[in-house]
Design a protein around this ligand. Structure first.
Ligand SMILES: Nc1ncnc2c1ncn2[C@@H]1O[C@H](COP(=O)(O)OP(=O)(O)O)[C@@H](O)[C@H]1O
Ligand SMILES: [Mg+2]
Length: 153
């Protein structure tokens, strides 16, 4: 997968497949950061991406939006998946009260919707997935960019 070129998606299934492909890359390459920060407006397909990703790592799990719970956990070996959605987060106290640091310390794979809400608390090493609608005349079309950030970038 070429990480620097935006990928396009024409359907929810295609976005799920892109999520699944990133999960497979992560399984193959242990040097990839286990934190995936998702960006994009409401209804753009972040949860669809997570569904595809989790179908590879934790195939028995059903992915649902954690908007009200803020976090869902999907069991997997050797490490579970934590699925955050910070749409409704309002303060650092909220982050503390769900135990965000504890989740990070548990060594699972983290997927985080509305990462912009917790910009100051994201691990420096992460994958950033940005999903945008790019064509008003094609309502199912999306552009997905994948960026790997390290300590210095
Ligand atoms: N190319 C696409 N990729 C992802 N979702 C799409 C696409 N085209 C249409 N959709 C629809 O957009 C919605 C995305 O919902 P969801 O994944 O919950 O978004 P988000 O988590 O970003 O709020 C779904 O209803 C899905 O069927
Ligand atoms: Mg969502």
């Amino acid at each position: 997968m070429n990480w620097n070129v935006p990928v396009s998606s024409s359907s929810v299934e295609e976005t799920e497949r892109i999520g699944a492909n990133i999960a497979k890359e992560m399984q193959k390459d242990p040097s990839l950061p286990p934190f995936v920060a998702l960006y994009g407006d409401l209804g753009v397909g972040k949860t669809a991406f997570v569904r595809g990703f989790v179908s590879v790592i934790s195939p028995q799990s059903v992915v649902r939006s954690p908007t009200f719970a803020l976090v869902r956990e999907y069991p997997a070996l050797p490490r579970p998946v934590f699925h955050f959605d910070f749409y409704r987060i309002d303060s650092e106290e909220d982050l503390v009260s769900i135990g965000f640091d504890d989740y990070l310390a548990r060594g699972g794979i983290c997927l985080c919707e509305w990462s912009e809400k917790i910009a100051d608390f994201l691990p420096a090493e992460r994958l950033e997935i940005t999903i945008t609608k790019d064509d008003l005349s094609a309502p199912d079309h999306r552009v997905i960019t994948i960026l790997q950030r390290g300590k210095d970038t």
